[in-house]
Unconditional design. Structure first.
Length: 101
């Protein structure tokens, strides 16, 4: 959680609950449901924060960089493929290790 962001935290928890409930409902039909929790990704929204801000974010990420849209896209392609056919109801974090203890 984050201070002064209770609404954001509640919405994220709602996404997880929705993902798990939908995964249970759709599993009998062979449909997998998963969610992706991206970290800081280089998008127009984050690049507008400025180079210095992005560099400070990168220093807090174990892999030493902010994510690229391609990092998320590759995960989406994997989850949409048969290679992930036994994965359902999961929240997959793609954040360069930022949320590791």
């Amino acid at each position: 959680g984050f201070t002064q962001l209770a609404h954001y935290c509640a919405s994220k928890a709602g996404v997880l609950g929705f993902t798990r409930a939908l995964a249970l409902e759709l599993a009998p039909y062979g449909i997998n449901v998963n969610a992706i929790a991206p970290g800081v990704i280089e998008t127009p929204g984050t690049t507008s924060l400025g180079k210095e801000t992005l560099e400070s974010f990168a220093k807090m990420i174990p892999q030493g960089r902010v994510g690229k849209p391609e990092d998320i896209a590759k995960l989406v392609v994997f989850l949409a493929s048969d290679d992930s056919s036994y994965i359902t109801g999961q929240l997959i974090v793609c954040d360069g290790g930022y949320t590791l203890p």
